[in-house]
Design a binder for this molecule. Structure first.
Ligand SMILES: N[C@@H](CCC(=O)N[C@@H](CS)C(=O)NCC(=O)O)C(=O)O
Length: 225
């Protein structure tokens, strides 16, 4: 069994591999990165991930960054957990990588505009709302497409849950937490209610809640707003 340590920050996209590892049921440690004080840019952390981002999964002492890679590795290493459907061939396997890349490379940047507009601008007072509003506008067709996909099936791939559903859960939690209107997307809302019943998701959220308490006790907690 590999020794696993996941670098995380509450509310971040590190939630997705946390859910994946909880779903597998393998023992793993998490290490808290304090983004409120930019610990992800500290010299120590940059040795782990020169990109200065979470998540990082350290496998037997060797770090791996990027959700697409981390989730693919967990899926391949623990195939019995069915984090992704069993692919019939290379083409289907690559389509699944495409789904993870869609969330990482297309959806996530819109999330950042909505949830962290200050990352795009230096003049916070003048431009904060402009960036956030444009992010919300650009997110509409993306969420409409996902809402349509979920109209007649409970999960992204049909009847069976996958880690792509975990990705959607994080995205939705993050954007609705800062004012993205959920009303036009009832099938996504139903999906979120379903996924919150999943024990792996509840365990991942409990890990995050414990880390939030640590940050609050230290004075390093920054609530989403
Ligand atoms: N492409 C990366 C994106 C990772 C990412 O943007 N992580 C955010 C948290 S959701 C982060 O670490 N932000 C801190 C920063 O940019 O300083 C992935 O999919 O893993």
């Amino acid at each position: 069994m590999p020794e696993l340590k996941l670098f995380v920050s509450p509310g971040s996209c590190a939630r997705v591999p946390t859910i994946a590892l909880e779903e597998v049921g393998v023992p793993f440690d998490t290490e808290l990165v304090r983004t409120a004080i930019n610990q992800q840019k500290s010299p120590e952390y940059l040795k782990v991930n020169p990109k200065g981002k979470v998540p990082v999964l350290v496998v037997d002492g060797v770090p791996m960054s990027e959700n697409v890679a981390i989730l693919s590795w967990i899926n391949r290493t623990f195939p019995d957990a069915n984090l992704l459907p069993k692919a019939a061939d290379d083409f289907e396997a690559c389509q699944q990588i495409g789904d993870l890349a869609f969330f990482s490379g297309t959806v996530h940047p819109f999330v950042t505009r909505i949830a962290m507009p200050m990352k795009f601008i230096s003049d916070v007072d003048l431009s904060f709302d402009i960036v956030r509003s444009k992010g919300k506008e650009d997110m509409q067709p993306v969420m409409a497409m996902i809402n349509d996909r979920l109209a007649n099936q409970p999960w992204w791939y049909g009847d069976d849950w996958s880690v792509v559903d975990g990705y959607l859960f994080w995205v939705w939690w993050r954007i609705t937490g800062v004012g993205f209107d959920p009303a036009p997307f009832p099938h996504i809302q139903d999906h979120i209610s379903r996924i919150q019943e999943r024990p792996s998701v509840q365990r991942a959220m409990a890990r995050e809640a414990a880390n939030v308490e640590i940050l609050k006790a230290e004075g390093n907690y920054r609530a989403p707003k």
